[in-house]
Design a protein around this ligand. Structure first.
Ligand code: XIL
Length: 355
């Protein structure tokens, strides 16, 4: 496995150091050996191409990068048996060139699947799933040692802890598709960090507590059943104004750690469409919510990494998915549209520097 110098350094500082010290690999992932927590940003290829400064800023601030869409099936799997890695390769080459680690997002998701997938028979679906995991993980094994194996397995409204989100994979393969995917990923890359990734796990209100319970239930079921999951990904698309369930979230994370799992923050941003307009007030509320979140998820130990869903407010899905009624630009990310750091960055900087 060809690692860049920077990756080797990161590795020796974190998981590798614990392995050398004689702990089990599972525990080692969770401990992070007191190293500073790597910071990452998600990157969408058209943005990188539109603004050369974006790549320079990511390379300057980050140790990790996550492809936004390039590994999703609608992009990478245009037809049965066909792989299109043109876009993902560009992100991987950017990462390699700047010594960043790539986080693989995502091997399986309920969304953004091409129509041909739904036409598969159950046995074909199992084969296609296994083949996809093998081909993609092997292609990027030099640069990606962490993977969202399954993204968003829990429905928004989870009426019981057993609730699972409907997806084409679930319809074709059954609930076992999640465990099967982890086994396959582990067979292909036994040393990779294998993540179950989810959103809306952090709030005190609405559907979030039930979703947290259902997610926790699924993780326990996977671990009890022997699936080689090694990490939990908290997307953390924070809904501006929604209170963070500080104690419950801290307890949930502690419980995940007790299973030997690493904790990643994978897609942090703040949906600020319903927050007050004035910038200083809005930025302060955003920073305070991020503080509440990061304080809770680090209460029982360090994070494996913190990744924001983009770096600058200039390029963010929140601008088109959750536009503000007052026409003012959204400010969900740590840097403003001129790449100046905002209070949110100071909070992230504090937590990524925590011993
Ligand atoms: C979003 C992208 O940012 C959009 O550009 C795309 O159209 C839809 O997906 N959770 C995830 C991400 O895991 O893949 C999503 O990214 C945001 C929510």
């Amino acid at each position: 496995m060809a690692l860049t110098r920077r990756e080797l350094l990161q590795w020796s500082l974190s998981a590798g150091a614990s392995v050398a010290a004689g702990t089990t690999p599972l525990r080692a992932f969770a401990q992070n050996a007191g190293a500073p927590c790597p910071f990452g940003a998600a990157l969408y290829l058209p943005d990188l191409e539109a603004d050369p400064r974006l790549g320079r800023e990511i390379a300057g601030h980050c140790q990790r990068v996550t492809p936004v869409s390039e590994l999703k099936w609608t992009t990478s799997r245009p037809a049965p048996g066909v792989f299109d890695f043109a876009a993902a390769d560009r992100i991987a080459d950017f990462a390699r060139g700047d010594g960043l680690a790539m986080h693989g997002h995502t091997l399986l998701w309920y969304a953004e699947n091409p129509d041909w997938v739904s036409a598969l028979s159950p046995s074909e679906a199992e084969r296609v799933m296994a083949d996809h995991i093998e081909t993609v993980m092997l292609r990027y094994r030099d640069v990606a040692q962490s993977w969202d194996v399954v993204n968003e397995p829990i429905p928004d409204v989870a009426p019981s802890p057993e609730a699972r989100r409907d997806s084409v994979w679930r319809a074709l393969v059954g609930d076992d598709y999640v465990a099967q995917a982890f086994h396959r990923a582990h067979d292909i890359a036994p040393d990779a960090l294998l993540v179950l990734n989810e959103y809306d796990l952090e709030f005190a209100i609405e559907h979030s507590p039930a979703k947290r319970d259902a997610f926790s239930h699924l993780v326990h079921e996977l671990v009890d059943g022997g699936a080689p999951i090694t990490a939990v990904g908290l997307q953390a698309h924070l809904r501006g104004g929604w209170p963070i369930a500080k104690d419950e979230l801290a307890r949930f994370v502690e419980d995940m750690r007790a299973l030997g799992l690493a904790i990643l923050v994978t897609e942090l941003d703040v949906m600020d469409h319903e927050l007050p307009g004035p910038l200083a007030e809005r930025d302060a509320l955003i920073a305070a919510q991020v503080e509440d979140f990061l304080a809770a998820v680090t209460a029982s130990g360090p994070l494996h990494s913190i990744t924001t869903w983009g770096l600058t407010d200039k390029f963010t899905w929140v601008r088109w998915a959750y536009p503000r009624a007052d026409g003012r630009g959204n400010r969900p990310l740590p840097f403003d549209e001129n790449y100046a750091p905002k209070p949110m960055f100071e909070v992230i900087d504090h937590y990524r520097s925590m011993p």
